[in-house]
Design a protein around this ligand. Structure first.
Ligand code: FAD
Ligand code: AMP
Length: 475
């Protein structure tokens, strides 16, 4: 007899584990199934985000940032350090420890919320039956539930003629685990993951070249931000080659030779290690039986409507395996919304106010529309901006690079987008998300008191500047 639950969640990433916890909080008998095994051989719920994504990359970004600042920035403060060195295995062990604490924490939360956890592969069959194949090789288990939430996440896209080998040609998993700093590090794709992981190893001394097929740098960001960011990254030593298409890569004698095509024709480059970070695709291998009733889109995403319902009754899907940005917080919010809908509560997601963050130094963060998107849509808008070079707190900390740019509707003054390049942009953007959620205007932010001296005063000044009355810059 199949064990019966109210809700079964397949996948314990930020979409799945959050959905499971919310479902359990709402009094639903919940199970969660995930495959992940940690480096210590133990179950590691938390998905890509906690194991090989958001958290480990931020741990290495922070470690490498301190090392870089020690060498480049601290002397201006009067701090001198001779012979600074980086113990890479210790840095990696610290990162692993953080991952273990957090995945262990999810396990504890599951116990605390009385969620039944299965470490194995879940497969959805017809009639909301689920088969679990445990990773320990024991007999498959049969479960069923009134509602199923699919949260199977994503995996890296592979490009033709560039085969991952986990040692010389790696994905994000490999690039978070080097034993030493590679002398030369090639990165295919100057997107979010490529910039973050390229920054880590560049700061530690690798010669880093990013090969990007598109002619423009970071086209998803506002142009004022991406232009200034490109200049900063160049100063830091990141060699970003735009309009450069990677055609193939081959490993020979411990080196990777990459064939690229750019405006000058075809040429070859050689690296110690090559990271392929050309985006991610939904992961649905082995997830659905032929008669599950769940349909995929042409892009391989699980097809869902605006309420995250799939084409099979009582089956929902959230996170990277469905449409929308592949971001952890988007996955989690969908997970919460679905759990609440299952429990009969009203819930919806505002895709227009999902914040984006790139954790380079300076950080890049935005919410809402870029100026280019507004122009393309024919929307009339006003712009305000403020440079961190004129912000006292930023200067005191040595963080005078970057700006805040705010776009507001020309008629109603409603904030349509905010774009930040600067230290702690990841935190500053939250104020703008709140303002936009409440359909706030630039005038609303301009009339709110911001503590002095803080970086948030740059957001305040950008809001004032929409109406050309910023105090600490010419209007
Ligand atoms: P995942 O986290 O991918 O989790 C899915 C889980 O389901 C996995 O554990 C998988 O093993 C399991 N699974 C799949 N199929 C089955 C099955 N059939 N049975 C059982 N289990 C299954 N996003 C941010 O918002 N901020 C960041 O800073 C950030 N940094 C990133 C850095 C890197 C290097 C990478 C690669 C990604 C980063 N992301 C970041 C993206 C973020 O990791 C994803 O958007 C997020 O993890 C998606 O969550 P999810 O729950 O949909 O899927
Ligand atoms: P992201 O989706 O943010 O991780 O970005 C991935 C980047 O990789 C995009 O900017 C793509 O244009 C880029 N890209 C994809 N394929 C190739 C390729 N063969 N050579 C160089 N860049 C590529």
């Amino acid at each position: 007899m199949a064990e019966k639950f109210d809700v079964i969640v397949i996948g314990a990433g930020p979409g799945g584990y959050v959905a499971a916890i919310r479902a359990a909080q709402l009094g639903l008998k919940t199970a969660c199934i995930d495959l992940f095994t940690g480096k210590d051989g133990k179950p590691a719920p938390g998905g890509t985000c906690l194991n090989v994504g958001c958290i480990p990359s931020k741990a290495l970004l922070d470690s490498s940032k301190y090392f870089y600042q020690l060498q480049h920035d601290y002397s201006a403060h009067g701090i001198s350090v001779q012979n600074a060195s980086m113990d890479v295995p210790l840095m990696i062990a610290r990162k692993d420890d953080i991952v273990k604490k957090l995945t262990g924490g999810v396990g504890q939360l599951f116990k605390g919320n009385k969620i039944t956890y299965y470490q194995g592969k879940g497969k959805l069959k017809a009639g909301r039956q689920v088969e679990v194949t445990p990773v320990d090789g024991s007999e498959p288990l049969a479960l069923d539930a009134d509602n199923i939430i699919l949260a199977s996440g994503s995996i890296p896209i592979q490009i033709p003629n560039v085969e991952f080998d986990g040692e010389y040609i790696v994905d994000n998993v490999g690039a978070l685990d080097f034993a030493s700093v590679p002398a030369s590090f090639g990165v295919i794709g100057a997107g979010v993951v490529g910039l973050e992981l390229g920054s880590v190893w560049n700061r530690l001394g690798a010669e880093v070249i990013l090969l990007e097929a598109l002619p423009d740098f970071l086209p998803i960001a506002d142009k004022d931000v991406s232009k200034q960011a490109a200049r900063e990254f160049k100063k830091q030593g990141l060699d970003i080659r735009l309009g450069t298409l990677v055609k193939s890569a081959q490993v020979k004698d411990g080196q990777v030779t990459v064939s690229v095509e750019d405006k000058n024709g075809e040429s070859q480059l050689t690296f110690d290690i090559l990271l392929v970070s050309v985006g991610r695709k939904p992961f649905t291998d082995g997830l659905l039986s032929d008669d599950s009733g769940v349909q995929l889109t042409e892009q391989g995403q699980i097809q869902v409507d605006e309420k995250s319902r799939t084409t099979a009754a009582g089956v929902w899907a959230v996170g990277d395996c469905v449409r929308g940005p592949m971001l952890a917080h988007k996955a989690s919010e969908e997970g919460i919304a679905v759990a609440e809908l299952i429990a009969g509560k009203p819930a919806h997601i505002h895709f227009d106010t999902v914040p984006w963050v790139i954790y380079t130094d300076p950080e890049i963060a935005w919410v809402g529309k870029t100026e280019q998107e507004l122009q393309a849509a024919g929307v009339e808008y006003n712009v305000g901006s403020f440079p961190f070079a004129a912000n006292g707190r930023a200067l005191a900390g040595g963080h005078g690079t970057g700006l805040v740019k705010m776009l507001a509707d020309a008629e109603t003054d409603e904030i349509l987008g905010v774009h930040i390049l600067g230290t702690n942009a990841s935190e500053l953007i939250s104020e703008c998300v709140v303002a936009m959620e409440f359909q706030g205007s630039s005038e609303d932010l301009a009339s709110m008191i911001h503590a002095h001296p803080t970086l948030s005063e740059a957001v305040h000044e950008a809001a004032l500047h929409v109406d050309k009355r910023a105090v600490h810059r010419g209007n």
